[in-house]
Design a protein around this ligand. Structure first.
Ligand code: B12
Length: 213
């Protein structure tokens, strides 16, 4: 089976919400040595963007989106562990989470894996994470990076609240703050006092390595 057929099979599985199809094509990707990043980005994520467009156009509804999300995870479960991990002698710490009020965690989990694969030590705070959890954990584990994700416009302000909390606690100057998720932008990052915003998991890891080492 060609790489293109595998990528199409992964994308179609997410669009149709078929976890078994995602698993079998993900396994094929592994067997045929297709790059796990290509399988994720040009297969699964591509399918999810089709679902997003159809949801916005009211051609599909929330239960179908949920099936697609579950399908995405069925594929990611096989593909994420295949991403080769770099070993850096000097481990920098990252905490990552989805801000309060938001449960969308697929993108955050991809970013987390890419950061781990890039040799960073990542503590995952999960989704719908209260402001105080970000601030308290940053201080208690002495993190080098606070990474936040949100997919929804109404929850974006939570990112500013976390940064304000870090300023108040005195820890802001000791950590980088990186944000992401489609409603955010570089301008928004600047406005709320974050160090960086990235549209994409791989590029954010490259930026962090420049900034940290
Ligand atoms: C899947 C999905 C769901 C799933 C989520 C399952 C899960 N476990 O995540 C379910 C069905 C649960 C869901 C629920 C809801 N959803 Co929804 N959902 C989506 C959908 C279709 C896809 C999101 C996704 O997973 N994309 C794939 C991932 C891989 O992409 P990504 O998250 O963007 O991540 C990449 C980058 O952004 C970046 N990135 C992300 N985070 C970070 C962080 C850092 C630090 C960095 C550097 C980079 C980075 O890197 C990632 C990988 O490259 C989007 C539509 C869309 N077009 O995005 C709507 C969408 C996000 N949902 C939306 C809404 C409104 C909801 C609901 C409120 C619906 C409802 N009425 O109940 C609820 C939310 C409940 C809540 N309180 O959170 C809206 C948000 C609108 C807005 N702007 O506010 C969207 C845009 C749909 C729409 N067009 O209306 N949803």
């Amino acid at each position: 089976m060609s790489k293109e057929e595998i990528l199409n099979g992964l994308s179609e599985a997410v669009v149709l919400g078929k976890p078994d199809q995602a698993k079998s094509y993900a396994q094929r990707a592994v067997d045929e040595k297709v790059s796990p990043l290509d399988a994720i980005n040009d297969g699964l994520v591509k399918g999810m963007s089709v679902v997003g467009d159809r949801y916005a156009a009211r051609e599909v509804y929330l239960p179908q989106v949920l099936m697609s999300a579950n399908t995405m995870y069925a594929g990611l479960d096989l593909l994420l562990p295949m991403i080769p991990t770099e070993d850096l002698a000097d481990k920098k710490k990252v905490i990552i989470g989805v801000v309060e009020g938001d449960v969308h965690d697929i993108g955050k989990n991809i970013v987390k894996t890419m950061m781990t694969a890039g040799g960073l030590e990542v503590k995952d705070l999960g989704r719908d994470v209260p402001i105080t959890t970000f601030v308290d954990t940053a201080e208690s584990i002495k993190t080098d990076v606070v990474a936040m994700s949100t997919l929804m416009t109404p929850t974006m302000d939570g990112m500013k609240d976390v940064i304000d909390g870090l300023v108040e606690s005195g820890y802001r100057s000791k950590t980088k703050v990186v944000i992401g998720g489609p409603p955010t932008s570089p301008d928004f990052a600047e406005e709320i006092g974050a160090d960086h915003r990235d549209a994409n998991a791989q590029d954010s890891v490259a930026w962090l390595k420049e900034a940290l080492f």
